[in-house]
Design a protein around this ligand. Structure first.
Ligand SMILES: CC/C=C\CCC/C=C/C(=O)SCCNC(=O)CCNC(=O)[C@H](O)C(C)(C)COP(=O)(O)OP(=O)(O)OC[C@H]1O[C@@H](n2cnc3c(N)ncnc32)[C@H](O)[C@@H]1OP(=O)(O)O
Length: 289
């Protein structure tokens, strides 16, 4: 119910957003931060994250992304979505640090609700989600990929993926942790989460964080062929199976959603945590200079 109500609000906002055009038979919805190439005849859409410079998951990005996803979910002709980055090199830098630094509690609460919504919508999507990870994908970026049914990563040792929150002095919340544990197993998750490890493609493949590693120029063609394979499975049996596998974990967040928001707000508002974020942001700046 809560998801449906949130969806209506998003759709109302969505009707005020976006530009449409038809390119090579595929409709393109281009919001500012998300580009959707929607091939209705094939039943497949490609959603490209487009939030320069590093596809951080800002509140504005999350709102636009959720609107675009909702449009696809509401059109029964769409059965599959390929998630990728419009900027090869960075899939997503994860949650936007500026949404969690120097803001007020009401802002933190609004932001966290949107982050929860992103995870719930992707994790519970009835559509087939294939992730074409064409760049680095730490923390929230990795979480987005983990919600997908199949993950393909570009074979470039410069790219890494994982949940590195610990390195920032923050903590991956229980539902990030649960999604990760269900993907890589308890011991690997315990080790990687405490150290905040980021893995290059070959290691991510060994641990099961990604399902395939392919040459960089083949990520998109591979995503299309994997999608074709998944599309051959009857929707009703695939969807019921997905729901059976995922519902309990999603319900666990849904039933504690407000408490999880309060927990985030009080954690992120602490002086010590704000100081850690400040130090990390400074490190990012220094790396440039
Ligand atoms: C109770 C629960 C409590 C808390 C839970 C919170 C869970 C948090 C989850 C997260 O996702 S936290 C975010 C984690 N992300 C990172 O650690 C990534 C940081 N970024 C990088 O490592 C690099 O930027 C990069 C992604 C590898 C890309 O490198 P590149 O050299 O291409 O870019 P550059 O570093 O110069 O960055 C450009 C520009 O972007 C800013 N930036 C980078 N990442 C973020 C981010 N996540 N949020 C906001 N802004 C980000 C960076 O500072 C630069 O800004 P500038 O141009 O103004 O200096």
């Amino acid at each position: 119910m809560a998801l449906a109500a949130a969806g209506r609000v998003l759709l109302q906002a969505g009707s005020r957003l976006g530009r449409r055009e038809v390119v090579d038979g595929a409709r393109r919805f281009a919001n500012k931060r998300v580009e959707v190439e929607a091939d209705e005849a094939a039943g497949i859409a490609v959603m490209k994250l487009k939030n320069p410079p590093v596809n951080s998951l800002s509140l504005e990005f999350l709102t636009e992304f959720l609107i675009s996803l909702e449009k696809l979910e509401n059109n029964k002709n769409f059965r599959g979505v390929i998630l990728t980055s419009e900027r090869p090199g960075v899939f997503s830098a994860g949650l936007d640090l500026m949404e969690m630094y120097g803001r007020n509690p009401a802002h933190y609460a609004e932001y966290w609700r949107a982050v929860q919504e992103l995870w719930l919508r992707l994790y519970l999507s009835n559509m087939i989600l294939v992730c074409a990870i064409n760049g680095t994908s730490p923390a929230g970026g990795c979480l987005m990929a983990l919600t997908c049914d199949h993950r393909i990563m570009a074979d470039n040792p410069k790219y890494t993926i994982g949940l590195n929150e610990s390195q920032l002095g923050i903590v991956a919340p229980f539902w990030f942790k649960d999604n990760f544990v269900n993907t890589v197993g308890y011991r690997t998750a315990e080790h990687a989460l405490q150290l905040g490890l980021l893995f290059p493609p070959a290691e991510a493949l060994k641990l099961g964080i990604v399902d395939e590693v392919v040459p960089e120029d083949q990520v998109h063609s591979k995503a299309q062929s994997v999608m074709a394979q998944w599309m051959a499975i009857p929707d009703h049996s695939r969807q019921l199976t997905k729901n059976m596998m995922r519902k309990a974990m999603a319900d666990n967040l849904i039933k504690q959603r407000e408490a999880d928001i309060q927990n985030f707000v009080s954690f992120i508002s602490r002086d010590s945590i704000q100081k850690s974020l400040h130090t990390y942001l400074e490190k990012l700046k220094q790396k440039k200079g």
